[in-house]
Write a protein that binds this ligand. Structure first.
Ligand code: GDP
Length: 456
């Protein structure tokens, strides 16, 4: 495909050690030759691919900067086009001047994301990979970065293509039956293809369901520490912070006057709900009480429900306990360094209890493991569950695919005509292709003719 040659500053704005002006397109070397004098005196167009070249940038006779220029020739480059990267001295003005010179010499200023967009348009990346690049850039924790890297490697693309292939097999069969009724295929869809269709649906369901986890990993999981006054909420928060040597990022909360803080547990961001109320100093009178705890419960994805194990269960504890949703709570029995009085036998709503002493830093590790498992169940490491989607676009496209497949099963159950199946199969393929950014109808035809020997 032919495009204009584009250019942009690819390093962050401001002062730094180097600033990079990047060009991509057929004219990259032509433009470079107008402004760059290599020390080697070589003609710029003769510079070999994958080399770094020392020299100077001139605007006519005026020396602009001393630079290193990387030259990468198509097609084995990020965009599949000729790429030139001019490493300038990293002052804002110099880098800007070099960019302006490049633009004056014929390049067009690149839109945001345009290099990656070219990589997609030129077929080097599919859409899921292009999106992974964006996620990598925005990634804030190890875990979210590792998910993005999996997608950049093409894991989601491969999975989608695998599912498409199965649907194409079914579509090929259906289309042959429709186009050549005289062949006398009396069984509309063979049993093994029906089983495959069920597998596809199950896989897609899992992918769709993984989105909530994916979103938490990418954006953070809203976590509330609740409990009546003096059970040790503030001490617990401090223990976690100590353990993680956490760099706490404070952000404005969703409700007015609250501060949310992000702490990072084993690569997963926890957005602590209303820590301002918890991180009180000892002499502050205000204390997070029952009403506030109940309010925080609503907002949170994960609730750490703290009880004082050295005391009996009280009415105040009960009031909070009654408002808790079973599936998002981890129970914490604090102060186990003291004699145990609390009886939790009847508190069956809480499935998991962790014993800790916030004061003596006991059990904090176990708690962190439990938080990690809450988000990523242990079996996440087996390959079927490894793929987690983090993108709402993927989720809604996959939901459409799932709906189309459900329609197919309904058609089969009701004994409706085969044409309907063909329509839903096409829809299913289209929505899968939306995920990777391809067009599917051509694919379908190609696949039919390559896999079926109709003349036989
Ligand atoms: P909050 O009101 O729930 O935030 O409770 P704090 O964290 O302020 O703790 C209340 C009191 O309990 C303080 O005097 C803490 O030192 C004490 N405390 C907290 N955790 C423990 C613990 O694990 N063991 C003991 N013995 N005391 C604790």
């Amino acid at each position: 495909m032919m495009f204009d040659t584009i250019a942009a500053i690819s390093t962050p704005r401001g002062e730094g050690g180097i600033g990079i002006v990047r060009l991509s397109g057929d004219e990259s070397l032509g433009i470079l030759s107008k402004i760059f004098k290599p020390k080697s005196k070589k003609d710029v167009k003769d510079i070999k691919s994958y080399t770094i070249n020392y020299g100077h940038i001139y605007d006519g006779d005026e020396l602009i900067d001393e630079v290193l220029v990387s030259v990468m020739k198509a097609p084995n480059t990020y965009t599949r086009e000729d790429i030139v990267e001019i490493n300038c001295h990293g002052g804002y003005l110099i880098t800007q001047k070099v960019l302006e010179l490049v633009l004056k010499s014929g390049a067009k200023i690149a839109e945001p994301g345009e290099f990656t967009r070219r990589a997609f348009l030129n077929g080097r990346l599919d859409l899921t990979q292009a999106e992974a690049v964006i996620d990598l850039i925005h990634g804030k924790t190890d875990k979210s970065i590792s998910l993005s890297l999996n997608n950049l490697r093409g894991d989601l693309r491969d999975q989608i293509n695998h599912l498409k292939k199965i649907l194409l097999d079914v579509a090929a069969h259906v289309n042959v039956v429709l186009d050549y009724p005289e062949e006398g295929v009396d069984e509309p869809i063979p049993e093994h293809l029906i089983i495959e269709l069920h597998n596809v649906k199950d896989t897609i369901t899992k992918l769709v369901e993984s989105y909530d986890k994916g979103k938490m990993i990418k954006e953070g999981i809203k976590t509330a520490i609740v409990g009546k006054p003096n059970v040790g909420k503030s001490s617990l928060l401090n223990s976690i912070l100590r353990e993680e040597r956490a760099i706490v990022t404070s952000i404005a909360g969703t409700t007015r006057d609250t501060i949310e803080e992000i702490i990072n547990i084993k690569g997963i961001p926890l957005i602590m709900v209303d820590t301002a109320g918890i991180r009180k100093t000892q002499d502050e009178v205000e204390n997070i009480g029952v009403q506030k705890s109940k309010k925080m419960l609503k907002e949170a994805d994960l609730v750490l429900f703290v009880l004082d194990s050295s005391r009996d269960f009280s009415d105040e504890d009960r009031e909070i306990y009654d408002s808790i949703e079973s599936e998002k709570v981890i129970g914490i029995l604090n102060k186990i360094d003291m004699e145990k009085k609390l009886d939790i036998t009847n508190l069956t709503k809480v499935k998991k209890w962790i014993e800790i002493s916030a004061l003596e830093n006991i059990g904090i590790d176990t708690l962190e493991n439990e938080i990690y498992n809450f988000i990523l169940s242990e079996n996440i490491e087996d390959s079927s569950e490894k793929l987690i989607i983090t993108n709402i676009r993927h989720k809604s496209a996959l939901e459409k695919t799932k709906k189309s497949i459900e329609n197919i099963f309904e058609t089969i159950d009701m004994g409706y005509p085969m044409d309907l199946i063909a329509v839903d199969l096409n829809d299913a393929l289209d929505s899968l292709s939306e995920v990777t950014g391809e067009i599917s109808s051509e694919d379908l035809l190609d696949h039919i003719f390559s896999n079926f020997c109709v003349g036989k």
